[in-house]
Design a protein around this ligand. Structure first.
Ligand SMILES: O=C(O)CCC(=O)C1=CC=C[C@@H](O)[C@@H]1C(=O)O
Ligand SMILES: [Mg+2]
Length: 323
């Protein structure tokens, strides 16, 4: 059987106002990989996230070309060490091998941005009424009031909050003081409230607001561990690595009684649909965090069910490499 592979580069414009780690992200840059083995075909996306991934896109592309070159010659290369490349290549390989189930979970927690009244309408239409709110960008008082407002307006709403480590323990306490105590049990978790994991744990103990690890998952030596007030791990495969590595961390989280939340690293619709399939397969009991498609102006290669955004395909892109 003859094998071949190809890589296309993309740059999708982002909607105005997408800010990552204090920097405006104008384009989402990445590559799409196609692997073919005789009649079988698999696709994957490699898109390191600026400010979050340690590797650059060029490093990931070079690693992918080396890996694919060996694969095309009939070998099974060792797992790639760069997480974004390992993730995209393992998705393409799993599609070739038909080991990534097709069914996806396309119901996500809704990113709560924009006009609060329009947001409430959108939230109320969801089968699972779960929203995700970014906090820590403005004053803690304002964040607290926003959380109260949404939870009071929709009695079935559950919220996930994300502070991206922006608070001191004192600021986090100020936030908690402004959240109505009777509403706190509808905060599923607050991702990384404080600058350090120790301060975040202290906050969880004091405030009766559960926390989740996101940034910490990527730190050297991190092991999922049960602790008072810690509810969940955010699983961002583009930042973790191959499907096998993602499966491993989810299994350890489960053993520790922590929920594993499959989450986007702002992949295009191709990567997002694969994350929806991983979510359905590996974390069927948890609503994933994949509501990032509309941060981009276009979909790519594979449409997200029900989305009306225009679709670009590899025919619209420049082929970077063919082997
Ligand atoms: O987790 C979700 O529901 C959506 C993804 C999401 O919020 C994020 C993805 C990537 C970078 C960040 O801006 C943000 C996060 O910090 O978790
Ligand atoms: Mg986060």
């Amino acid at each position: 059987m003859k094998r071949d592979a190809a890589i296309w580069r993309y740059a999708l414009p982002m909607e105005a106002g997408v800010v990552l780690r204090e920097q405006r992200l104008r384009y989402r840059d990445g590559v799409i990989v196609r692997m073919r083995d005789g009649e079988r075909e698999g696709w994957g996306e490699i898109a390191p996230l600026p400010g979050f991934s340690r590797e650059s896109l060029d490093e990931a592309i070079n690693a992918a070309i080396r890996w694919l070159t060996t694969w095309c010659q009939g070998g099974l290369p060792a797992n790639c060490m760069l997480p974004s490349a390992a993730f995209g290549l393992s998705c393409a390989l799993a599609e070739v091998a038909e080991t990534l189930p097709l069914k996806g979970n396309y119901h996500s927690a809704i990113l709560c941005t924009g006009d609060p009244d329009e947001l409430l309408i959108r939230l109320a239409q969801q089968p699972y009424c779960i929203g995700k709110v970014k906090v820590g960008l403005y004053e803690p008082v304002r964040d607290g009031m926003m959380v109260n407002y949404l939870l009071e307006a929709l009695p079935t709403l559950q919220l996930r909050l994300d502070a991206n480590r922006s608070w001191t323990l004192d600021k986090a306490r100020q936030f908690a003081r402004h959240v109505d105590p009777t509403l706190r049990n509808r905060i599923a978790f607050l991702e990384e409230p404080c600058h350090t994991p120790e301060a975040s744990c202290q906050f969880a103990k004091e405030s009766a607001i559960a926390i989740a690890w996101d940034e910490s998952v990527r730190e050297a030596g991190f092991q999922p561990q049960a602790a008072p007030g810690v509810n969940a791990l955010i699983i961002k495969p583009t930042l973790i690595g191959s499907i096998a590595e993602v499966e491993h961390i989810i299994a350890v989280a489960r053993q520790q009684g922590l929920a594993a939340v499959m989450s986007s690293s702002l992949e295009s619709s191709l990567g997002l649909t694969q994350l929806a399939r991983l979510a359905q397969w590996l974390t069927p009991e948890v609503v994933p965090g994949l509501d990032t498609l509309e941060l981009m102006t276009h979909q790519l290669q594979r449409p997200w069910p029900g989305s009306s955004q225009p679709l670009k395909t590899v025919d619209d892109l420049e082929c970077l490499w063919h082997g």
